[in-house]
Design a protein around this ligand. Sequence first.
Ligand code: MRU
Length: 356
Amino acid sequence: MSTVQSIGWSPACDALRILDQRELPHACVERDLRTVDEVCDAIRTLAVRGAPAIGAAGAMGLAAAMTPRADEARDAWTARLRDSAARIRAARPTAVNLPWAVDRVLAAVAAADTDGAASAATLAAALRDAADAILVEDRAMCRAIGEHGVALLRDGARVLTHCNAGALATCGIGTALAPVYVAHERGQRVAVWADETRPLLQGSRLTAWELAQAGVPVTVIADGMAAALLRTGTIDAVLVGADRIAANGDAANKIGTYALALAARAHGVPFYVLAPSSTVDVATPDGARIPIEERDPDEVRAPMGRAAAPAGVAVWNPAFDVTPAHLITGIVTESGVVHPPYDFSTLGAPRSALTP
Ligand code: MRU
């Protein structure tokens, strides 16, 4: 089984190469990003998106942009690094993976500067190695999430998901979709229902596309159909990703996830959140403190550039909502499945030390 690759290095390794998700499902367009402006723009406009993918893209894009310029002195390079890292770190506010990844590569640069006099080339190499490690580790974390999560699915399982938490949203086989891919790979029957995910249609444009590429049966529904579908008894489990999981287990994910969790609870359907430990933010005690991105009202007024509401009508457009921990049946990380009451507050470094 092969899944799509959302990000990687360009063949010359001088750029971050992304599959431009704004173009899907119409066209597969790859873009090479070499500057901080290009990286920030790609993250803000969702050319690259999904919490783990924007973390890796932020770190890799920073590394590409920080290739030392001809005759660039060490101090000029470090000043440029500070400014570039701050800009990329702030490109989107909700997914904690972005600041996590940027901070991690900055720490690697600091560690490589043992005597405070390392050359720009030495520091740039350390930055690049650290960014590459995030890419490689994320792939492994997705695989581990899939291996743990597949135990939740019986043969013939019918899964409902929201947004896109698949290969396109990560460096590997996804988070919420990872157990689906592992099941499919093992010859276990599995079918997915994908909420179209208003207003930017990550479910119908991206989830349905990547599952179809992999040969997994997928049915798209409009978001408002999910509760009715759950009432029919068709769905065995709801699997979603997360952009940030607070220390108490509250989880921010694409707007509409909370409504899905309420509907799943009302109909007795298990609701799982699947995410790498880089999505767990122990510094945020609960969901009320998670910053929620508000996006351009025109995404609702004129989705895909075509008017769907009167011009200038008032719009509220939060990109994410928070599902309270008590509605979450279990949280699946690369370390296993944890159940309520959630307490990630004791989680120390390394974050991959999460225990089931
Ligand atoms: O605005 P997006 O498309 O970046 O939102 C993405 C999501 O909400 C995903 O579900 C989340 O990042 C998890 S991806 C493994």
